[in-house]
Design a protein around this ligand. Sequence first.
Ligand code: ATP
Ligand code: MG
Length: 424
Amino acid sequence: MAIQSVRGMPDILPAQAGAWRYLEQQAQHVFSAYGLTQIRTPIVENTALFARSIGDVTDIVEKEMYTFEDRSGDGVALRPELTAGVVRAAMEHGLLHNQTQRLWYQGPAFRYERPQKGRYRQFHQIGVECFGISDALMDAELIEMTDQLWKRCQIRDAVTLELNSIGSPEARARYRAALVDFLSARKEHLDKDSQSRLERSPLRILDSKDESTQALLSDAPSLTDYLTDEDTEHFERLTRALEECGIEFEVNPRLVRGLDYYGRTVFEWTTQALGAQGTICGGGRYDGLVEHLGGRATPGVGFALGMERVVLLMESLDVIPDAYQTQADVYLMPQQIECESAIRKLARMLRAQFPSLRVMAHIGGGSLKSQLKKADKSGADIALIIGQMELENESVVYKPLRGGEQETLTEAELLNRISKLKDA
Ligand code: ATP
Ligand code: MG
């Protein structure tokens, strides 16, 4: 039996790779336009980093993390998200002291979950983390970046923004007490998971996907009523800034997110188009995290998007440009073996003249018909053919593959034609 891939860890095949590249390029463009720099951290970190940052009693740490002992017996884990590692790296290399950082990252993350559409055991995130800025305008700018990214990826009409403030630690402590009071009196109506969370992490119950628990919560005290004046001011500054740049949002007082380190701003971008796995991006403020991990108190705010879900959404809306789904712009075909050298020379010349032109030269002989089939499959718009006659005349047959008349051109005419093509 041939060995297969590990469950929940899909391959990204050539047919999909273009969509991934499209998303990556749009993200890099947006991040560069906002002055961010990239950070790359390891896939494996000490398990303790995640237990301490994400929280011991979160789903991620309790049930979803890939942990193992390496050969020296150290407890390590495949990262379930990238924020913890970025914070660790920034602390370890002194990037936070007396300076601000606006960083972006991209890479795989691992969670042991039940695989289904939009949910995998290896998946990929693109994210941003900003350190040293507590102003709500930074929160707003991060959201603006995601808005820009959805526009560039042409999925903006299919997503909506949900926003909440979960307040400062003091506000959450007071709210926590009120919520526990309320839910304890109705404990038997809670789902099992939520019952076990009642003592350990009651706020997470707000995030429960269980319907009867959600129904119960509609009468529960609202976090919004427990915010401090500073929390409220921060939130209002954020919403004003979003209104200024025309980004619509819905305040969802029950949005809490499943990680321990958030405080004040939390947000999610969701879509109806992907079924249950509708959250394509989540983020928020984590002013306590750096200190909690042993560093000097440093404000932070960030977001992460799930690349698989964004790609699925782009595919379902059919918005990926052709250039990302084809291999070539021009396909060069030698009519006989004697023409192969001329074809390869022409290919080299075109690649040198037009660095962004995608040039495929046919290799492997075969009839004109079979070569044309390959040319068509490559997605090229134009076939360039050299036969005995063209070899003698130093010309080339220019054959449009998507409609139009075939012509014989000199090299100068060809260059002229292709330079116009590239301008278009
Ligand atoms: P969900 O509620 O769907 O489980 P989450 O709250 O666990 O998501 P985050 O930890 O906020 O997710 O991660 C940020 C983004 O990464 C999510 O919004 C989602 O798009 C993506 N993501 C998270 N887990 C997975 C997974 N197992 N497979 C694919 N994408 C994922
Ligand atoms: Mg999850």
